[in-house]
Write a protein that binds this ligand. Structure first.
Ligand code: ZN
Length: 578
């Protein structure tokens, strides 16, 4: 077969799930030519995949996973015990590395491809560390990658919010996205991380940022207004204030409400994505009376469509937490470092600040099923995903590696798709508090395959504004995942987990990259970033502002700051005009 001929594929006899096109398990053929889904290819030139006894999905799109850059790399460095237990040998095609909670770059890409994922979002890039992030992206073959620079504690942002200069704020966003080759606006604990530089935090939406005289509410409103003014493909992507604290659900609802007045653009109805929402759905007033408030958050989301969320599901394992929310990691270090279980993993703690931009922290953590709080957290994630009706409004994540490594997604699917499996957990495995303090047991729903595709593919792609992904319609990218799974059989929990752990086939841009769970090829994927055009005189004025303050804010030269094209061997640019 010559090279040209090998570019077309026909997938036959599989049960196809493609919610964007209303296909729910029908046996239809999928044709791929030159990396795109097409109506029909010439059968005698095509490679035919017989997907009898299998389900066919669009490639997975993970909206929030910490995979690249200094934060995860620090995790790799300070947890030798983590990768010592999961060495990954090389094969004829793949490079060696290590896995578990802070996998090495190549292993990250291979493991995602083996799971059937083809597009990944690194959701928290320090702008000053952008080059490091893109360097790691270059070592992640197969998958397409996007990254979100953080904005919520950046001094230029705080200044423009303070003067309520939305035009300049918009131009600054456009400049920083292009300069760092970023895709969307990430906000982590707005204002709280700047206050943390002085040992403080912002504990409510109206708690002023130390020395700045702006509030988290103003930062959220300002950045979302600017985001919509620019017509960016994704909404603002928010890690809310007060993450991880008992009783924080009231703050979460308040955050949702404050965004009600923002008018969406870019052809969508959403104005904010609130990430790893499980960590923001807590009732009670202290760790003793800690309980789920998932039903309150779900009630709100079931009657409002301007917000999307992902869950940040907890997995019972030894993982590494890492976030731009420095004050939270400090709190977690105290909580877990003083815990009674053995090695006290939280005794290790790293904190970092990045010049005038942001901060971060890392703490190893064991989620223990017998610890009441951890068991309740586990139940809250499942409760949220099962009780929000529109599965394109809520997405499956573990906030890798915060709730646990992404490699556990198939286990989460087992709990979501099979009620018996989760009742077994509630009755036999986890602390009884997971039953008494949450509503999980009363939920009969089981996630369908159609919904599975919604919360891992069509919904995430739509939320990100990636029109060519998350579906199998004509013109979509030829990214497909195929699993040995019989939708008509009485699939038990463990069979569900097994089926989705290793894809029978993963196809990336029309090339078979995984077969029977094994990586077969490692083509380079795209790095996708957003170029938002603003009026030239406005951009000039903002660059003037930036240059004037540069030497007070940064230790590097202005000309050394931007990410050059050499860092993006394959790029795809989404352009917007405001
Ligand atoms: Zn995160």
């Amino acid at each position: 077969m010559n090279k040209k001929m090998s570019k077309s594929i026909i997938i036959k006899n599989g049960r196809v799930y493609d919610p964007r096109n209303g296909i729910d398990g029908d046996k239809i053929q999928i044709h791929i030519q030159d990396g795109k889904i097409v109506e029909k290819v010439n059968e005698k030139d095509a490679k035919v995949i017989d997907a009898s006894g299998m389900v066919v999905f669009p490639g997975g799109v993970d909206i929030h996973t910490h995979i690249a850059g200094p934060k995860i790399n620090t995790g790799r460095t300070f947890r030798p015990e983590d990768h010592a237990k999961d060495p990954v040998p090389r094969t004829k095609i793949t490079r060696g590395g290590s896995g578990y909670s802070c996998p090495s770059t190549f292993v990250t890409a291979y493991r995602y491809a083996q799971l059937g994922y083809t597009t990944l979002v690194e959701p928290a890039m320090a702008p000053l560390e952008a080059k490091h992030t893109h360097e790691e992206f270059m070592d992640m073959p197969i998958v397409d990658k996007l990254t979100f620079p953080v904005f919520g504690n950046n001094w230029f942002v705080l200044q423009y919010v303070k003067t309520n200069d939305i035009d300049k704020l918009s131009a600054y966003i456009a400049w920083l996205l292009e300069t760092t080759k970023g895709y969307a606006v990430k906000i982590v604990n707005p204002g709280g991380v700047e206050s943390w530089a002085w040992g403080k935090n912002c504990e409510s939406l109206d708690d002023p940022v130390l020395y700045w005289d702006v509030t988290p509410r103003q930062i959220l409103e300002g950045l979302s207004t600017a985001n919509e003014k620019l017509g960016l493909p994704h909404t603002i992507h928010v890690h809310a204030n007060n993450l991880g604290h008992p009783g924080n659900y009231t703050h979460t609802l308040e955050t949702f409400k404050t965004l009600e007045k923002i008018n969406p653009t870019a052809g969508r109805k959403k104005v904010m994505h609130l990430t790893h929402c499980q960590f923001n759905c807590y009732g009670g007033t202290n760790w003793g009376n800690f309980e789920s408030a998932a039903s309150k958050v779900a009630d709100y989301l079931n009657s409002h469509e301007h917000i999307t969320i992902d869950i940040g599901q907890v997995i019972f394992t030894n993982t590494t937490t890492m976030t731009g929310d420095g004050p939270w990691e400090y709190a977690l270090h105290h909580i877990s470092g003083m815990s009674p279980w053995g090695a006290k993993p939280g005794c290790k703690w790293i904190n970092g600040q990045v010049e005038a931009e942001c901060g971060a922290g890392l703490v190893p953590y064991i989620f223990n099923p017998k610890v009441a709080v951890n068991a309740i957290q586990w139940a809250i994630g499942l409760e949220l995903l099962l009780s929000i009706k529109n599965k394109e409004q809520i997405f499956l994540t573990t906030d890798h590696p915060n709730g646990g490594p992404f490699t556990f997604y198939p286990r989460v699917l087992k709990w979501l798709m099979d009620r018996k499996s989760r009742v077994n957990m509630l009755e036999n495995i986890v602390s009884p508090k997971a039953d008494s303090q949450t509503g999980l047991k009363a939920i009969d729903a089981e996630l369908s395959l159609y919904e599975l595709v919604q919360c891992t593919r069509s919904g995430t792609a739509k939320c990100l504004g990636l029109e060519d992904k998350g579906h199998l319609g004509i013109g979509a990218d030829g990214d497909v995942s195929i699993y040995k799974f019989n939708p008509d059989a009485e699939n038990k929990g463990d069979e569900i987990e097994k089926a989705f752990t290793l894809a029978a086939y993963t196809i990336k841009r029309g090339e078979i990259v995984v077969k029977n769970g094994e990586v077969m090829a490692t083509p380079m994927g795209d790095t996708i970033w957003t170029k938002a055009n603003v009026k030239e005189n406005l951009m000039d004025a903002v660059i003037q502002d930036i240059k004037e303050k540069w030497r007070d804010h940064y230790s590097v030269n202005f000309n050394n700051y931007p990410v050059q094209e050499a860092y993006l061997p394959k790029q795809k640019i989404i352009t917007t005009n405001s």
